[in-house]
Design a protein around this ligand. Structure first.
Ligand SMILES: [Zn+2]
Length: 172
């Protein structure tokens, strides 16, 4: 578990464009690289989680920390509309379709958040680009969110800064 803290730095570079996209061939749709990266870092921080557990009838977070009643999502920048990498304008003949598709995605995110909250779960969402740039920092965010539970459940509402807490270290 220890002694290999920096290899993510080099691994990240494998993500940058290969023309044929051959690196995508063996990926499963759910266990995406940023998801795995984050889980590894979260594990390293000593937190235990379950993967792809159905928490509410229609919602299966990427992973959950059952002890902390915390659901974690790693949101893809493109499909979930990350402020830096999400699509900002919709153009061309399919503009309306794109817009509807993205709005449906966001709506689903909101619905999932709400149904989780209703079931007593807290939610933390991490952008995939934040995992890429600082997986450890992203894992710490998850940990802090988990520990807020015991620190102050009633008065703080567990608010986490909406903007990215991660310094931009590289190629943005
Ligand atoms: Zn992003």
């Amino acid at each position: 578990m220890k002694g290999d803290t920096d290899h993510d730095e080099s691994r990240r570079q494998t993500w940058v464009s290969t023309s044929a996209g051959s690196h995508l061939l063996h990926r499963r749709s759910r266990d995406t690289t940023p998801e795995l990266q984050l889980r590894r870092e979260v594990h390293r921080l000593g937190l235990r989680f379950r993967v792809h557990k159905r928490v509410t009838p229609r919602c299966t977070p990427d992973f959950v920390l059952p002890r902390w009643q915390l659901a974690v999502f790693v949101d893809g920048c493109f499909w979930h509309g990350c402020p830096q990498h999400g699509m900002k304008r919709f153009k061309g003949p399919n503009a309306q379709l794109w817009r509807e598709k993205f709005e449906a995605n966001l709506e689903r995110d909101r619905r999932n958040n709400a149904s989780l909250a209703e079931a007593g779960w807290r939610v933390v969402r991490v952008w995939e680009c934040d995992v890429h740039s600082d997986a450890t920092g992203a894992a710490r965010l998850v940990r802090d969110r988990a520990y807020e539970d015991t620190a102050d459940r009633t008065s703080s509402n567990g608010s986490v800064a909406a903007s990215s807490p991660f310094p931009s270290r590289d190629d943005r």
